[in-house]
Design a protein around this ligand. Structure first.
Ligand SMILES: [Mg+2]
Length: 246
């Protein structure tokens, strides 16, 4: 779908831009897969009886069962991983403290993301004119990634107490920046968790569609669709707020 820039002018130089991380600024799956592979290799050394019975898919199924049983922690993917590992280690007669070391191992690899080529230069440009806040459901630690200095603030679902599409993280970002929805723009790859969730609060939202996905038929179309962040900048520059922003 071509970007409908002419039909959808940019909001007047948004003071706050909130931006999703996974699959918006870097591909998520390779980092998770590498982190899980490293975790399993480490556990194969430290807890072989567990890994003989649980491969990556079985570990995932165990986490999903835990999330279903404990919905109050489902938004905290790190806590879910930790508690799942503790339970499995105990079940296989290992020291549960191994779970903390295992998570440190996972975390190091999870943070080794490879941002898309447009991310760093565009964020550096946007940061000069807007308050930039990362808003993520994931457990990458932004400060430990190559984009560690790209934002003014990073917020997670853990800090917000709920994962997107819950609006809590957007409210937290606006509170911190001291602005309302009309001065905010959200940018993300997920039609429901990013675009639809943000506009539910009256926040203009841009859909980053790097992999040519189809927009869900049951949702109203996005204000703007871009293939990468350069498309976002072009739209902002062309909008009614462009003169102020420049
Ligand atoms: Mg995402």
């Amino acid at each position: 779908m071509p970007a409908p820039a002419a039909a959808a002018p940019a909001p007047g130089a948004p003071r706050l831009i909130t931006i999703d991380l996974d699959d918006t600024l870097w591909p998520c799956a390779p980092a998770i897969q590498a982190a899980e592979a490293a975790l399993i290799a480490w556990l194969a050394e430290q807890a072989p009886r567990l890994i003989e019975r649980f491969d990556a898919a079985a570990l995932r199924a165990h986490r999903q069962a835990l999330m279903a049983a404990r919905p109050e922690i489902a938004h905290d993917v790190t806590a879910v991983r930790l508690l799942s590992l503790r339970a499995l280690l105990a079940e296989h007669r290992y020291d549960v403290a191994l779970a903390d070391a295992a998570m440190d191992h996972f975390r190091r690899h999870r943070n080794q993301v490879e941002p898309y080529a447009d991310a760093a230069p565009v964020l550096a440009r946007l940061r000069e004119r807007h308050c930039l806040i990362a808003v993520t459901n994931g457990n990458a630690e932004l400060a430990e990634t190559p984009l560690g200095n790209a934002f003014h603030r990073a917020l997670t679902a853990v800090e917000a107490g709920a994962a997107k599409p819950d609006p809590a993280i957007f409210r937290l970002a606006m509170d911190w920046a001291g602005v309302g929805p009309d001065a905010t723009l959200h940018v993300g790859d997920d039609p429901v968790r990013d675009v639809h969730a943000a506009r539910g609060l009256g926040i203009a939202a841009v859909w980053v569609n790097r992999t040519d996905q189809a927009w869900p038929e049951d949702l109203p179309p996005p204000l703007l669709e871009v293939r990468d962040l350069h498309g976002l900048v072009r739209w902002l520059d062309a909008g009614p707020g462009a003169a102020d922003a420049l």
